[in-house]
Write a protein that binds this ligand. Structure first.
Ligand SMILES: Nc1ncnc2c1ncn2[C@@H]1O[C@H](COP(=O)(O)OP(=O)(O)OP(=O)(O)O)[C@@H](O)[C@H]1O
Ligand SMILES: [Mg+2]
Length: 210
């Protein structure tokens, strides 16, 4: 899968007539990307789903993109070899940036093991990109093994499994680290909610919108 070859020529991009600031005025809060990265079983999906639910209840425009769902649709043509992982993340980065431009808070939950790929995703929307390291060591994740994947990877049934037979590069300078090896799910969510409040501002409440 080619990731750098540009085939789209004779393109004339259009300028939107709704400014980012106008979308922000409508929503009350900024749009942007919370890019959750971490080992399988570190808690990206668990936290992403709960964060999405909490933020929605608070009146935020929010949507979560999850690895397994996106791999079942948009990226169903991609496997887990390094080039495919890179293309997977490139597409997610582009989609997340579109959501953020639309004014939403996008929570992405992908292992995204390579720093270079995360940096490329950041480069699509540098002003609104927040790298969140969902941190738990391999031993903890392997013990949790919520999908039974580590067990199968150890048996050699899953090739190129992150942490076992494929690398995971820890974020060099994440905006936020959530240590799920030490914090409960509730504490982790509170940490994320504080961060959102601080970085994205407050939404108009649901009652004031209605
Ligand atoms: N503080 C915490 N935050 C999140 N999950 C936690 C925490 N403490 C324990 N867990 C448990 O860890 C597991 C995390 O699984 P989850 O599916 O969310 O991981 P993931 O990072 O999405 O993995 P994958 O990359 O395979 O999709 C769950 O069983 C969850 O209950
Ligand atoms: Mg997950």
């Amino acid at each position: 899968m080619s990731k750098t070859e540009i085939k789209s020529t004779n393109i004339f991009s259009v300028e939107h007539r709704v400014a980012a600031t106008e979308r922000q005025e409508t929503n009350g809060h900024r749009g942007g990307i919370l890019w959750l990265t971490g080992l399988s079983g570190s808690g990206k999906t668990t936290l992403g789903l709960e964060l999405e639910r909490h933020l929605h209840l608070k009146g935020y425009q929010v949507y979560m993109l999850d690895g397994d769902n996106v791999r079942g649709g948009l990226n169903s043509d991609l496997g887990f070899a390094p080039d495919d992982r890179t293309e997977n993340i490139r597409r997610i980065g582009e989609v997340a940036a579109l959501f953020a431009d639309a004014g939403l808070i996008v929570v992405t939950a992908f292992i995204s093991p390579y720093q270079a790929d995360r940096d490329l995703a950041r480069a699509v929307k540098p002003d609104g990109f927040h790298e969140v390291f969902v941190k738990a060591d391999l031993e903890t994740c392997e013990e949790r093994d919520p999908k039974g994947l580590y067990k199968r990877a150890r048996l050699g049934e899953i090739p190129e499994f992150t942490g076992i037979s494929a690398p995971y590069e820890q974020p060099a300078a994440a905006e936020l680290v959530v240590d799920t090896g030490a914090l409960s799910i509730g504490q982790s969510i509170n940490r994320l909610l504080e961060y959102v409040d601080d970085q994205f501002g407050q939404p108009h409440t649901l009652s004031s919108v209605a």
